[in-house]
Design a protein around this ligand. Structure first.
Ligand SMILES: Cc1cc2nc3c(=O)[nH]c(=O)nc-3n(C[C@H](O)[C@H](O)[C@H](O)COP(=O)(O)OP(=O)(O)OC[C@H]3O[C@@H](n4cnc5c(N)ncnc54)[C@H](O)[C@@H]3O)c2cc1C
Length: 427
């Protein structure tokens, strides 16, 4: 009898961690993704703002598993999953059989059925989207230099969504306007450059502590970002963005980071779903109590006392690793393997080149204390570009690596010496 076949759909944080957990073990793994690289999403905004190049945040998957005895990669769009027949269908019409399946297809943007916004907005979830946004921004700056044209709409940027992505992007964009514009676009009156961050809730960074949200708002305001809280984007077209308070902003750019939903593949899976549309899983991440199919990361409605685990990279990696362990235990006949327990982690947000917020929520996942103390107000500032560049160059997605902005270790400040010394990642 051959080795058990494990198919992992999605090579993001969860899927990659799972494949690594099974690397060199007595199973045959097929990792399927629509792209042939693993994307480090936390730094996508830096590609969109010309601070990084795409290759800095995209790791070729075939390189990751070069030399692996049992992990194979296949680039394909998975279009359907038949849990009963144990088959995965691809866009090319192929059917791939499996003995154990791990669904790790992540999320996609949610425009809440507003087609006008969807048509007008630029996304920031994938590498092609980040590149489109980068090119669009550069084009806007060039257009703003045209003689006889009102430059204002071309250099007014509305960012919808005050979560980590929106906050980081707005901060980096504001610094582009503040630091680069006067030097490289002297024709443009830099006082006309506007970044407007629109958030539906009454504070920024809803997944973080209130103190972190406050600090982020203050830091962004200091950088010239206009913040509109308790406000929604209600309509948009190529030239204007309309806000829920009636204001019509003349802007050629709307960046959408205001909502995500599970990838279509996970939403359409014939299995129970939570209200969030994530796939319901049991305490061992099995789909509907199954031992042959698991959901992990953003796809999984894995609950703790406070509700579902947040859609963040650290829990996704933890779940991916756990799914690998559970599969190996099942193959060894251990059906009572320990249930999944998420461990606490630190989340971080970078605000332009000179500040960041790090957050350790003491109430987050109470069964394990935070690995490190929070700063007095739950937020720390003082990071800087040089160190960040070192972190980026390192390009590691392991949450055991303390060089990352999201590393499960507290502490900020210079990281240049930590980037190479504290990493146990395999890249
Ligand atoms: C711009 C941005 C910034 C973020 N910043 C942070 C941050 O600072 N900190 C943090 O903790 N989290 C951050 N997140 C959230 C974090 O990226 C997610 O929580 C994490 O990626 C979830 O991991 P995952 O493996 O579930 O999904 P993903 O990492 O999204 O991976 C899903 C994979 O599935 C593939 N896929 C999807 N559909 C299909 C299909 N039909 N067929 C084949 N392949 C498919 C995709 O190509 C992708 O590779 C950010 C997200 C974004 C978009």
């Amino acid at each position: 009898m051959g080795k058990p076949r494990v198919v992992i759909v999605g090579a993001g944080f969860a899927g990659l961690a799972c494949a690594r957990g099974l690397d060199g073990r007595p199973v045959d793994v097929l990792l399927v993704d629509r792209t042939n690289y693993h994307l480090f999403t936390p730094l996508l905004y830096q590609v969109a703002t010309c601070l990084l190049n795409p290759s800095d945040i995209a790791m070729p998957l075939r390189k990751v598993f070069r030399g692996s005895p049992n992990v194979r990669f296949r680039q394909a769009v998975v279009t359907g999953i038949d849990l009963d027949a144990r088959k995965v269908r691809t866009g090319e019409g192929d059917e791939i059989g499996y003995d154990r399946l791990v669904v790790a297809a992540g999320t996609e943007a949610n425009y809440f059925s507003n087609q006008a916004i969807e048509a007008a907005a630029l996304g920031l979830k994938t590498l092609p989207e980040a590149l489109t946004l980068r090119n669009h921004t550069l084009r806007c700056l060039e257009e703003a230099t045209s003689a006889g044209r009102d430059p204002a709409p071309w250099i007014t940027f509305v960012v919808a969504g005050g979560g980590p992505t929106g906050v980081e992007y707005a901060g980096a964009l504001a610094e582009l306007g503040r630091l680069v514009l006067p030097l490289e676009y002297p024709e443009i009156p830099s006082n006309l450059f506007r970044v407007i961050l629109v958030e539906g809730q009454d504070r920024l960074l809803p997944p973080f502590s209130e103190a972190s949200g406050r600090h982020a708002a203050e830091a962004l305001k200091r950088r010239g970002v206009e913040i509109r809280l308790s406000t929604l984007v209600s309509h948009a077209d190529a030239e204007t963005v309309t806000l829920s308070d009636g204001e019509v902003v003349r802007a050629r750019t709307l960046v959408w980071s205001a909502g995500v939903r599970p990838a279509g593949l996970a939403e359409e899976l014939a299995a129970p779903h939570a209200r969030s549309r994530r796939v319901s899983v049991d305490e061992r991440l099995g789909i509907a109590g199954r031992v042959d199919a698991f959901a992990v990361g953003d796809n999984a409605a894995s609950t703790v006392e406070e509700g579902e685990l947040p859609m963040l990279a650290p829990p996704a990696m933890q779940q991916g690793r756990y799914a690998a362990e559970r599969i190996l235990a099942l193959e060894a006949g251990d059906y009572g393997y320990r249930r999944f327990l998420a461990t606490n982690s630190v989340a971080g947000v970078t605000l332009g080149a000179t500040a960041n917020v790090r957050d350790v929520d003491p109430d987050f996942l109470p069964h394990q204390p935070a690995k490190a103390p929070a700063s007095p107000e739950g937020a720390i500032f003082g990071h800087h570009r040089k160190c960040l560049d070192q972190v980026i160059m390192h390009n590691c997605s392991s949450d055991s690596c303390s060089s990352l902005p999201l590393d499960g270790q507290a502490g900020v400040g210079p990281r240049t010496s930590r980037t190479t010394t504290n990493c146990s990642a395999k890249y």
